[in-house]
Design a protein around this ligand. Structure first.
Ligand code: NAP
Length: 328
């Protein structure tokens, strides 16, 4: 299950223990790739590390309708591919690699990347966010067996075709996923823990006016069925107001309950809030000189493709000015 990853060109990079990068960008979502475009155009020869999801979460979205410059919308995957091409055109070196360890508390800034130590004068963290899980035991056991976190990736699978499915959540993602799934499923139940959607009005209206989408209000999933059969056959729901329970038969459960920042590897290295979002001050500075931050790993308020891109630009400019001061 899952859409094939967009593999960045795994170029040979010259980083090693002796070599000091000017700037390393961690992440290739909107924030990371915009930072890559700007730092590359500033002749900083950035090394850009993709992490496990090249292109970031936007590659799992269908049509992006609100990114300026695309009046008829643009496929999320295509948008990210174009950003990568634009960054590479100016000399960004994009490497399919993951940061395993960070030592940012002493100079030089050091990362362990796929087992190798890499040093840099400046680092831009744009590591994005991942899907939040409900945390149920049955959810974990049935992941990839009917439980999924991406309708665009998995919605067209035969196991969901002409079957009832459920989407959990009440935000823009849940509405978008539910609408996408109406192409394949016989019916989509939208399970939300309150009785009003958090989604933007345009998305909420579209979802609620779709005859194939049935909202189930004030309800939470307490169990995904059926672990004994090793596949999804339904969900057990509880109404949070009446406490009544019911079983809703379905072939698939699409979780769309928000995101958690991908910042685990930087814990104890840069200041974060209690939810793991990196704290940015004076633009994109972190608590560590030379380390800048952009996008969903530090933003739990706006979380849009365009705001992430804007922060990526700011981080690149901040890093460029920092390096100019450092090397003058
Ligand atoms: P979100 O706005 O944080 O919504 C998460 C939803 O999941 C909320 O309705 C929340 O309920 C629910 N939820 C959270 N934890 C839960 C739990 N443990 N159990 C049950 N329900 C739970 O996340 P999102 O929808 O992924 O959107 C993230 C950002 O991306 C937003 O800024 C959104 O505007 C943006 N986005 C935009 C588009 C678009 O414009 N095309 C598409 C997708 C996302 P409550 O409402 O009760 O908190």
């Amino acid at each position: 299950m899952g859409r094939k990853l967009w593999l960045a060109k795994d170029i040979e990079t010259d980083y090693n223990r002796q070599h000091m990068e000017k700037v390393i960008i961690i992440g290739t979502g909107c924030a990371g790739l915009t930072a890559a475009i700007y730092t590359a155009r500033a002749n900083l020869n950035p090394l850009v590390l993709t992490g496990i999801m090249p292109g970031g979460l936007l590659t799992t979205t269908s049509i992006v309708e609100n990114f300026p410059g695309f009046p008829v919308g643009v496929d999320g995957y295509e948008l990210m591919t174009r950003m990568q091409q634009q960054a590479e055109k100016f000399g960004a070196r994009i490497k399919f690699a993951t940061v395993e360890e960070a030592n940012l508390t002493q100079s030089p800034l050091t990362l362990t990347v796929d087992g190798e130590k890499v040093q840099a004068q400046a680092i831009i963290i744009a590591s994005g966010a991942g899907h939040r899980h409900l945390g149920l035991d049955s959810e974990a056991k049935l992941e990839k067996k009917g439980v999924t976190y991406c309708a665009t990736c998995d919605g067209a699978l035969p196991m969901f075709r002409n079957q009832p499915v459920v989407v959990v959540g009440g935000g823009d993602s849940a509405c978008e996923e539910a609408m996408y799934l109406t192409r394949f499923a016989s019916e989509v139940s939208l399970i939300h823990r309150r009785d009003t959607l958090r989604a933007s009005k345009i998305m909420a209206d579209r979802a609620l006016n779709n005859p194939k989408i049935k909202p189930v209000w004030d309800s939470v999933v307490t169990e995904v069925l059926d672990v004994a059969q090793d596949k999804v056959t339904g969900v057990r729901l509880q109404n949070v107001k009446t406490k009544a329970t019911q079983v809703l038969p379905c072939a698939g459960v699409f979780m769309a309950i928000g995101h958690v920042p991908n910042t685990q590897v930087f814990k104890g290295q840069v200041d974060m809030d209690e939810n793991g979002y990196i704290l940015a001050k004076r633009g994109t500075e972190t608590s560590v000189p030379g380390v800048f931050v952009a996008g969903d790993c530090c933003d739990h308020v706006y979380r849009q493709a365009i705001t992430a891109a804007g922060m990526g630009c700011s981080a690149a400019i901040d890093a460029e000015r920092y390096l100019a001061r450092l090397n003058q």
